[in-house]
Design a protein around this ligand. Structure first.
Ligand SMILES: NC(=O)C1=CN([C@@H]2O[C@H](COP(=O)(O)OP(=O)(O)OC[C@H]3O[C@@H](n4cnc5c(N)ncnc54)[C@H](OP(=O)(O)O)[C@@H]3O)[C@@H](O)[C@H]2O)[C@H](O)CC1
Ligand SMILES: [K+]
Length: 478
């Protein structure tokens, strides 16, 4: 199907190749690289101007178009009367960079002499294709150390655009990273994204195809319909194992995440369940498969507190075979690797998997995948093989669908790195799945609500406190 190109949206994430395509489109339509470089450089200079507020600026330029942007930034600041000097690590090598260099009329100094308050790093951008070593690496380190503040243009020089991997020893830390034209995967992937405090996007007027990878934004959650009742709002069945705490946490966030009814299917007698949670022993009066055959169930969650013994495996298989939309988390992901291939692939209903890095690697192995490539590519691959939406968790959580949709979580509070927060995310995912019936939408909504709940809980917290904040996060999305 042929799509009309459209302007790159502020929540789109483009790979280096997609960005080159976008530039090429503009050039085919008659805009030259010089014009694009002027837009990029002048846009970035606005931010540098604000940060430096009159203090001396050093611009470090490499040989490519990232360096070219640097000449434009330096000239823009010079025209405004800013004290600026430029270090040419290598001479400009592209036509656009040569032209930008010829238009710069300020001082060019040796790296050894350069000192100032703000360093603007234009050594390499999306064209970095190997490790930064030797003189260039030393130059970046020394100049970084000699300036109080550092600004990276497009990306810090030493970051691989599509993977977020570091291609330099000891990449400096930056105050600001200014993305040009579009966000790239490295802007939302670790370890790169731990290397700046803030990131900003400068539009340079490129078009791209609609669709493609996105940042996860605030969802728009509708209030229940006027004629809603508890079943119509979504019944979540939580298949619990011997560790009740995790199941209770997940149930609590499922209850606060918009579903109308959460039923905890307990394996063992449960003490300390809150009064507003329905607990059913299964097996008890009913076996677990019988309890799961209730066709009012809108989503099943299995994994938090499940354990990994033979009973856990039977419970996971009951969940896998019940046919309802399903979220598998934690221990259930480990058990999924052992499940019969037929059990795993016979499912037709929506399935969401929530692996962290270790679980992801193990799942890849059991699905016969290489585990090589960038995190987004690996998640897409696993999603396709498993026929599941994958929430690839971490400090750089992303969501991939079997059909190729990809959504990145914007940076979330590092306070989330505490035990039990995964159970809260799993509960939220099941809740949104019960309400929406759409696994990709449910996963992205849950990821956003989870991070928002963390922001609203403030600094150091426990998972139980996070679960309570799901209520505030829901209010923020109504
Ligand atoms: N996004 C846009 O639409 C625009 C972006 N612009 C800016 O352009 C850069 C990308 O520019 P590009 O010229 O493709 O690449 P770089 O400037 O990042 O660097 C390429 C040159 O660097 C050499 N290289 C690469 N890695 C190393 C290394 N580790 N050590 C030494 N040299 C390296 C490479 O040389 P080769 O030997 O591989 O040929 C290139 O010479 C983008 O990031 C934006 O900042 C434009 O302003 C236009 C609009
Ligand atoms: K750079």
């Amino acid at each position: 199907m042929h799509h009309q190109p459209h302007p790159i949206a502020p929540d789109q994430v483009l790979t280096a190749a997609q960005m080159r395509d976008a530039e090429q489109r503009l050039m085919d339509a008659g805009t030259d690289v010089h014009t694009l470089m002027q837009r990029a450089g002048r846009g970035a200079a606005e931010w540098v101007w604000r940060i430096a507020s009159g203090a001396p600026v050093t611009v470090l330029c490499g040989p490519g178009n990232n360096g070219g942007d640097g000449y434009v930034i330096a000239e823009t600041l010079r025209e405004r009367g800013f004290p600026v000097q430029l270090v040419a690590a290598l001479p400009p090598a592209t036509d656009a960079a040569k032209r930008a260099a010829s238009l710069y009329s300020g001082p060019v100094v040796d790296a050894a002499e350069a000192k100032g308050t703000v360093l603007v790093d234009c050594l390499f951008g999306s064209g970095l294709n190997r490790e930064v070593t030797g003189v260039l690496r030393d130059m970046l380190h020394e100049l970084s150390a000699r300036h109080h503040r550092r600004i990276a243009i497009d990306l810090p020089s030493g970051v691989a655009t599509d993977s977020g991997e570091l291609l330099i020893d000891e990449l400096p830390h930056y105050d600001l990273c200014i993305a040009l034209g579009a966000w790239k995967p490295a802007h939302v992937l670790m370890p790169a994204m731990a290397h700046w405090r803030q990131a900003r996007l400068v539009d340079i007027g490129c078009d791209t195809e609609p669709g493609g990878a996105r940042l996860i934004g605030r969802p728009s959650i509708a209030a229940p319909a006027a004629d809603a009742h508890k079943y119509r709002r979504g019944l979540v069945a939580m298949v619990a194992g011997p560790m009740a705490g995790a199941a209770l946490l997940a149930s609590r966030s499922a209850a606060l995440g918009g579903s109308g009814y959460v039923k905890l299917l307990a394996q063992e007698p449960l003490s300390g369940a809150p009064a507003d949670l329905v607990v059913l022993r299964a097996p008890g009066a009913m076996t677990l498969p019988q309890a799961l055959s209730d066709d009012r169930i809108a989503a099943v969650l299995c994994g938090p507190g499940l354990g990994r013994d033979h009973q856990a495996r039977e419970r996971m298989e009951a969940a896998l075979n019940c046919g309802h939309p399903l979220v598998l988390d934690a221990d259930a992901l480990t058990l999924l690797q052992l499940a019969d291939r037929a059990d795993r692939t016979d499912r037709t209903g929506p399935l969401v998997l929530t692996p962290h890095e270790g679980e992801m690697a193990a799942l890849e192995k059991s699905f016969g995948l290489s585990g090589k490539g960038t995190k987004p590519c690996r998640a897409l691959c696993l999603a396709q093989s498993a026929g599941a939406v994958v929430i690839a968790k971490g400090a750089d959580t992303l969501v991939a669908s079997p059909g190729g949709a990809l959504a990145y979580a914007p940076p979330s509070p590092s306070w989330l790195s505490v035990a039990g927060t995964g159970d809260v995310l799993a509960g939220l995912t099941a809740s949104r799945l019960a309400v929406t019936g759409d696994p990709f939408r449910a996963a992205t909504e849950a990821v956003w609500l989870h991070a928002e709940a963390a922001r609203r809980t403030g600094a150091d917290f426990t998972a139980a406190m996070l679960a309570e904040s799901v209520r505030d996060a829901m209010c923020a999305a109504l």
